[in-house]
Design a protein around this ligand. Structure first.
Ligand SMILES: CC(C)(COP(=O)(O)OP(=O)(O)OC[C@H]1O[C@@H](n2cnc3c(N)ncnc32)[C@H](O)[C@@H]1OP(=O)(O)O)[C@@H](O)C(=O)NCCC(=O)NCCS
Ligand SMILES: CC(=O)OP(=O)(O)O
Length: 326
């Protein structure tokens, strides 16, 4: 059974509510309507009701399975303002909160925080910063996790090849401790998709073949990650070929249990991570599902603006699946 079929079985009929702040985007609307029609989710779509219905109509779609909410006319807006001011204690006034909460991403994040939704999917028309900042400020990370990070599930073929790439989305230049936490969170994400995590801490050097501050950071992160989670196979620093190709792994890192067999690829900083996943997606024909935000108290997922409707559909299923976990 492919991973999505398994996740669909888990979420089907559970009444999981996912909020979609970008109700005027046809890819998002199409996916939300399909998810509702298949009984997988109860989508909450943010936007002006008339506008959303007109947009759906351009493709002959019906919005009857959706809950449409317009921040401008939301009857519980005052309650939301009070909860936001309380959460951001000392950082926003009541007046500022009224303006900020008209932003659909802040509004959708607050619905999630206030348990009126189980998770949120956005980012088809908003940048990553604008999509995730509300979640970082309001939903925040789970105890013991200092940084959230963005992983991609990379799939090629019918589920035969699947890997986790991270952090491709959030932390611009994580330090060794943060990189170690990202590695452990990514191993956990891999397990959610039935991937046996063998975590490669990527670099341009393999086991000391080059010396630089950047390499030292990855070496240190590897040691920290190994001590944080001895139950996982985590190794580094490894070049991508040493991590992925068995013969090269054997040549460059013969004692490593990860080299040549990696399933989770942890990039040293966001530039290589974001460029790397897009190359695999566009040259390598991998489907890239994500970024899946790891370590938040409730699931919020950020789409790439280049996403298609199928990717919105699949990321929503993952987000609903995350909502059933601790
Ligand atoms: C994610 C990002 C927007 C956060 O940066 P920012 O808006 O400048 O955030 P700030 O540093 O002002 O912090 C805002 C809040 O988020 C928290 N925060 C920031 N980064 C965080 C992280 N990775 N994990 C958890 N919390 C985080 C801060 O602690 C702060 O909380 P507080 O207001 O309660 O004190 C920024 O790191 C970023 O732009 N990353 C790159 C995104 C991107 O363009 N990716 C490429 C496409 S996917
Ligand atoms: C994840 C990502 O790169 O998002 P975007 O393409 O929207 O910048």
């Amino acid at each position: 059974m492919d991973i999505f079929e398994g996740l669909k079985e888990q979420i089907q009929g559970k009444g999981i509510k996912i909020v979609f702040p970008e109700g005027t985007d046809l890819r998002v609307l199409g996916a939300a309507i399909r998810l509702s029609a298949e009984g997988l989710l109860e989508p909450i779509v943010i936007g002006n009701e008339v506008e959303v219905k007109e947009i759906a109509n351009t493709r002959g779609l019906r919005t009857s399975g959706l809950t449409l909410i317009d921040p401008e006319t939301y009857p519980e807006f005052d309650e939301m303002v009070a909860a936001f001011v309380e959460r951001r204690k000392g950082k926003v006034t009541d007046d500022q909160a009224r303006t900020i909460l008209k932003d659909p991403n802040y509004f959708g994040t607050m619905l999630t925080y206030m348990d009126k939704a189980d998770g949120m999917v956005s980012g088809a028309i908003h940048s990553t910063g604008d999509t995730v900042r509300p979640a970082l400020q309001i939903i925040k990370t789970k105890p013991g996790i200092s940084r959230t990070s963005g992983a991609f599930l990379m799939v090629r073929g019918r589920d035969e090849e699947k890997y986790i790439f991270s952090d491709c989305a959030i932390n611009v230049n994580p330090n060794a401790q943060e990189l170690a936490e990202i590695a452990v969170a990514s191993a956990k994400t891999a397990e959610m998709f039935g991937i046996d995590p063998k975590v490669a801490m990527l670099s341009f050097s393999t086991k000391g073949s080059a010396k630089s501050e950047e390499v030292t950071k990855v070496e240190e992160a590897t040691k920290i990650a190994q001590s944080l989670a001895p139950e996982y196979e985590i190794d580094g620093e490894l070049q991508f070929d040493a991590a992925y190709v068995a013969s090269v792994g054997q040549q460059k890192a013969p004692d490593s249990k990860v080299a040549g067999h990696a399933t989770v690829f942890v990039f040293p900083e966001i530039q290589s991570g974001n460029i790397g996943y897009k190359i695999a997606q566009r040259f390598g024909n991998f489907e890239a599902i994500g970024p899946i935000l790891q370590g938040l108290n409730k699931p919020v997922s950020d789409l790439s603006r280049g996403c298609n409707e199928e990717e919105v559909y699949k990321l929503s299923i993952i987000t609903a699946g995350q909502s059933l976990m601790d």
